[in-house]
Design a protein around this ligand. Structure first.
Ligand code: ADP
Length: 260
C-alpha cells in the first residue's frame, strides 16, 4: 500500500534529487513573483499619466460649463470620483511595488510622528466626533521616517475610516529592551477573525459592499506590512478586546539606536 511505501526511508539520491527540484521551484517562484511585481509597476506607471490628464480635463469641463444640466453634472462628478479612485490605486500600486531600501534612518519621538499625522485627519475626526488618545511617553522610533510616517498614516486612516460616529481611536506603546510595540485600536466595525490575516494582502477588502461606501482600494495595509517588514518589524491585528468592539493593530519594531 501507499502507507507501506511511505514507510521506506528515502535514499540519499532521492533526497538530493528532491533538494535540487525544491531549489529550482523556489527560484521559479521568485522569478515569477519578481516578474509580476515589475509588470504591476510598469502598468501602474503607464496608467498614471493618462489618468491624471483625464482628471484635469474633467475639472476643466466642469469649470468651463457652470450652466451644465443636473444630470451631466452628476455624470461628471461620478466620473471624477471613479478616476480619482483609479489614480489612488495606481499611486498605491507604485508604492507597493517599490523596493524599500532604508538608506535614510533617523530617530524621532513616536508621539511627534503621530502628532504630525493627526492634523491631516482633523476634519474627519471632528465630523465623526472621534475621541483620539495618544499615550506614547518617551518612546522613540528609528528608521526611514518618511516610510514610517506612511505606515502609521495608513493604519490611523483606517482606524478613522472604519470607525463609528462618536467612537474612539487609541494609540499606545510599550517598550522592552529589544523592541517597541505600538497598538492602534479603534471602536469601529472590526474585522471578522477569519479575515484578520488576509487584510494585509494586496487588494483584499473584507466585504466589498460593506467597504465600498468607505472608499479605498485594499492596498493600504499591504503597503504598511511591506514598510514594517523592511524595518525588520511585524504587524498583526486582533479584535479590540479593551473596548469590546473594533480592531486593534499591533506594530512591533526592533529597537535600534541610530548609527553614529
Ligand atoms: P482599504 O483601502 O480598503 O481600506 P486596506 O489595505 O487599508 O485597504 O485595508 C484592507 C481591508 O481591511 C479594508 O478594506 C477593510 O475591509 C479592512 N480593514 C482595515 N482596517 C480596518 C479597521 N480599522 N477596521 C475594520 N476593518 C478594517
Amino acid at each position: 500500500t501507499l502507507a507501506d511505501e511511505l514507510e521506506v526511508p528515502p535514499t540519499h539520491d532521492e533526497i538530493a534529487e528532491l533538494t535540487v527540484s525544491f531549489n529550482k521551484m523556489t527560484r521559479k517562484l521568485k522569478e515569477s513573483f519578481d516578474f509580476q511585481q515589475q509588470f504591476s509597476a510598469n502598468v501602474a506607471h503607464e496608467l498614471r499619466t493618462p489618468l491624471t490628464v483625464l482628471n484635469t480635463k474633467l475639472e476643466v469641463i466642469k469649470r468651463k460649463n457652470p450652466e451644465l444640466d443636473q444630470e451631466s453634472t452628476r455624470f461628471i462628478d461620478e466620473l471624477s470620483l471613479q478616476v480619482g479612485r483609479l489614480i489612488e490605486m495606481v499611486e498605491k500600486l507604485l508604492q507597493l511595488t517599490h523596493e524599500y531600501q532604508l538608506e535614510e534612518q533617523s530617530t524621532i519621538l513616536a508621539e511627534d510622528l503621530i502628532n504630525s499625522i493627526l492634523p491631516d485627519f482633523s476634519e474627519s475626526i471632528q465630523e465623526k466626533e472621534i475621541s483620539v488618545t495618544v499615550e506614547l511617553g518617551e518612546q522613540e522610533l528609528t528608521g526611514d521616517l518618511e516610510l514610517l510616517y506612511r505606515a502609521f498614516y495608513n493604519v490611523i486612516e483606517n482606524g478613522l475610516k472604519y470607525n463609528v460616529q462618536g467612537g474612539s481611536l487609541t494609540i499606545t506603546g510599550t517598550e522592552t529592551q529589544d523592541s517597541s510595540q505600538f497598538v492602534i485600536a479603534d471602536t469601529g466595525i472590526g474585522i471578522p477573525k477569519e479575515y484578520q490575516d488576509d487584510v494585509f494582502q494586496s487588494l483584499f477588502r473584507v466585504d466589498d459592499a460593506r467597504d465600498r461606501k468607505v472608499g479605498g482600494v485594499g492596498l493600504g495595509l499591504a503597503i504598511v506590512k511591506k514598510i514594517i517588514e523592511a524595518h525588520q518589524g511585524t504587524i498583526t491585528v486582533e479584535d479590540n478586546q479593551e473596548e469590546g468592539r473594533g480592531a486593534a493593530f499591533s506594530l512591533t519594531l526592533p529597537n535600534k539606536k541610530e548609527a553614529s
